[in-house]
Design a protein around this ligand. Sequence first.
Ligand code: 3PG
Length: 208
Amino acid sequence: MSASIEEIMKTSPVVPVMVIENIDDAVPLAKALVDGGLRVLEITLRTAPALEAIKQIKESVPDAIVGAGTIINTETLQASIEAGAEFIVTPGSTAAIIDAAQAAGVPILPGVNTPSEAMVLLEKGITEMKFFPAEAAGGIPMLKSIAGPLPQIQFCPTGGVSPTNAKDYLSLKNVACVGGSWMAPAELVNAGDWVEITRRAREASALA
Ligand code: 3PG
């Protein structure tokens, strides 16, 4: 039985958002992040090798909990599940995706950034959500405001989260973890600088 989305969000304070352009980078990148203490990985389905990357990381990096991100339709949802994704992340929420994920029994972290969107998900029994795009959608003041009427929601803010503000987000009572790309930006991945990626991951995992 795979972990619930609540358990996954409590595993690690920071979820690296990974964009894999070259399949040969997938396993070394995942190992570099896990070596730094970040076990929960989001592979975005924005590049051709993303599904193959999920498969290879699942096979070769057993300590990783591998999710699929940027899921915007039910086709990529199903393909991600078939590739072995252990959780699903979406930038926004549609009924079709939520219904398909719930029917499949795969943990999902659906994106919202308004109380109305959050309330639609609450009606479906979902209390764990991604807050996206975090900084652009009101950031910390917005999350504090939502905590008043909707205290039952736990968020993973993503989008504009950085080493500068991650700790402040994590100090909020309605934030379980944050997502971000700063541990594995394209320039470090393209350079194969796994040492620096592990250093950044270690720094991020210490934010807990
Ligand atoms: C994304 O979708 O790329 C994530 O939200 C990451 O955002 P970031 O690059 O601002 O961390």
